[in-house]
Design a protein around this ligand. Structure first.
Ligand SMILES: NC(=O)c1ccc[n+]([C@@H]2O[C@H](COP(=O)([O-])OP(=O)(O)OC[C@H]3O[C@@H](n4cnc5c(N)ncnc54)[C@H](OP(=O)(O)O)[C@@H]3O)[C@@H](O)[C@H]2O)c1
Length: 248
């Protein structure tokens, strides 16, 4: 039995689908009740429900991450629960560049990596670059704006379904510690990505590029969040934007 935390999220949904299609028994963890027997209710910020969620589980795919709760706090609570319910394999989803980036969320993610590596539990850590949907959220948020404003840095976005494929392969591979990063096939400026999005949606509006201030801005400008080229990802952002726009 595989327990997937964050099973209801952007990455969790395709991961659960692919694991089931590969023949695994999968239990989804969520804070919210669902009307099916395959979802278990638990909260990683308190630990409530975790012991029941882990009953009979041999592999945990830990994808949950809360915007307002620290990633490492949730990871600590999961690791404490795993001390009472040992598993054969813990897979953790991380982000490219967390070891050098200034963003607090990324630094905390790096702490989660450390906690897992030091836990004694057989583990695999996969880092990925930002998902296509993460990038497009910035554009969608500005859909009523006469201009698209973007930060002045480069991205290497990746298709979330391909990250889910890699996670499924890592389940089969067994504990492998830190594995090769999974990154998108190309590096493009945010400006170019916004132009692709606007073009796919037939939006005729200028794209304004603004520098991001501070240490976090410098980290992004340096490309601390980027991987090497070519990344293993296949789908481009332009293809994603076209599919998101639908038939024209
Ligand atoms: N987004 C990106 O571009 C990107 C890139 C690389 C890596 N990652 C990493 O990939 C992982 C998944 O990201 P995502 O974008 O799919 O996340 P997401 O869509 O924001 O989903 C977050 C998930 O975390 C769960 N969650 C949050 N707080 C929880 C809590 N206290 N207890 C239990 N579950 C909790 C939510 O479940 P419920 O609401 O159902 O409880 C939800 O399923 C994260 O670790 C993220 O850092 C993301």
């Amino acid at each position: 039995m595989i327990l997937v935390t964050g099973a209801t999220g952007t990455l969790g949904k395709p991961t659960v689908d692919l694991l089931r299609a590969a023949g695994y028994s999968v239990r989804s963890l969520s804070r919210h009740p669902a009307h099916n027997s395959e979802t278990v209710v638990a909260d990683l910020s308190t630990g409530i429900g975790l012991q029941d969620a882990l009953a009979g589980v041999t592999t945990v795919v830990h994808l949950a991450s809360g915007a307002n709760a620290r990633d490492s706090q949730q990871t600590r609570i999961l690791l404490d629960a795993l001390a009472a319910h040992p598993v054969e394999h813990l897979i953790f989803m991380s982000i490219v560049g967390v070891d050098k980036h200034s963003l607090a969320y990324y630094r905390d993610k790096f702490l989660s990596e450390h906690l897992i590596a030091a836990s004694g539990i057989p583990y695999t850590i996969l880092r990925a670059t930002q998902f296509h949907s993460f990038v497009s959220r910035l554009f969608s948020a500005q859909r009523w704006s006469p201009v698209t404003v973007v930060p002045a840095f480069t991205m290497q976005p990746v298709a979330v379904e391909e990250v889910a494929e890699r996670l499924t392969a890592l389940v089969a591979a067994g504990p492998s510690q830190r594995v090769a990063d999974f990154a998108g096939p190309e590096q493009l400026s945010f400006t170019a990505l916004a132009q692709q999005w606007n073009s796919a949606h037939s939006f005729r509006r200028p794209v304004w590029t603004v520098p991001m201030p501070g240490a976090v801005g410098r980290s992004f400008a340096r490309g601390d969040h980027l991987s090497t080229l070519p990344g293993d990802g296949r789908a481009t952002f332009a293809e994603y934007a076209k599919a998101a726009a639908g038939p024209r």
